[in-house]
Ligand binder design. Sequence first.
Ligand SMILES: O=P(O)(O)OC[C@H]1O[C@](O)(CO)[C@@H](O)[C@@H]1O
Length: 368
Amino acid sequence: MTWEPERLDDQRHLSDGDPGGMLPAVAAAAAHVRTGYRTAVEARVDRLAGMGRPRAIVVAGMGGSGIAGDIMAAVVGNGAPLPIITLRSYQLPGWVGATDLVIAVSGSGDTEETLAVATQAVRRGCTLLGVGAPHSPLEAIATQASAVYVPVPVSGQSRANVWLLTVPLIVAAAALRLLPADQELFERVATALEDMAHRCRPSSESFVNPGKSLALDVAESLPVIWGSSAAASVAAYRLACQLNTNAKYPAIFGELPEAGHGQVATFDGPMAERDIFADAPAHALRLVVLRDSEEHPQLTRQREASLRLARERDVPVTELAAEGAHPLERMASLILLGDYASTYLALGYAVDPSSVAAISELKARISQ
Ligand SMILES: O=P(O)(O)OC[C@H]1O[C@](O)(CO)[C@@H](O)[C@@H]1O
């Protein structure tokens, strides 16, 4: 697998090299926001208001579905009057009980970890909200428990349906009065996504295309990706995951201020000094910082100081600023930019962005 940047401007390669249609799926983000909102309203997610405010919200989901919980928590923000946690495993923590809301999210509606948690939630008498494929095992669990279920029309990989899977959670948060979120907000988010999709479209060439530029920055490096606020950190985590699954590429995720107490030390290490893979006098490490317009003042100082530190050591740096007034708009535009970049990175290496052979093999081995 060699990196050939000219592939990014070869329209034929961008379609033939993407048989699973990851680029068109990424381009559908705005439509997914609108459909996610409509489906949540039709499924009467507002019925959750009847439960009163839960003690805590636990969002159960894996991979491209679990990120929905992180996005929800970051949009509700630091002023949340209750804990919102994402659970990426098989077991509900012991403290979760009947006064809590468990939201199970699964694009296929058939992921074993998520189904296990949904079943435990029903047994413990928690309120359950399900979001996922129609006519799926998850829907069966929710229906049996008379729980609200949002049957979103997912097609392909869950990671390519992130907004279909996330928007119903934001609608639920609004029903619980955790934040104001109406159709106008989702329309603004959809418009921001349309704008980013236009700028990152396949026919737009690398030198003006922010998605292709980010892929060019990341290629042939070990990216260390940081966020400088809760919202930017969700986008940074998503970018690392998308590089893993779309481009089959390693990436290291970090979040300020914690990264300033640990990962920053790698700026003085062997990968910052030279390209340990090629044994050439270049640099393997690249620092990618996603920044938000709303940052704690100390995080702004940490971000600026870290970037200076990296540059003084000749560690290459990419800094991307989130756009938009609302945290959901800002997260959405950064996430979409990363979704494009990870897909273009895959295509630049002639890697199929949709395939997940190793994941399927791992699943097959544990099911035996
Ligand atoms: O959304 P689902 O279907 O629950 O899947 C969760 C994750 O598991 C996978 O299907 C891989 O096992 C990913 O593609 C996905 O992100």
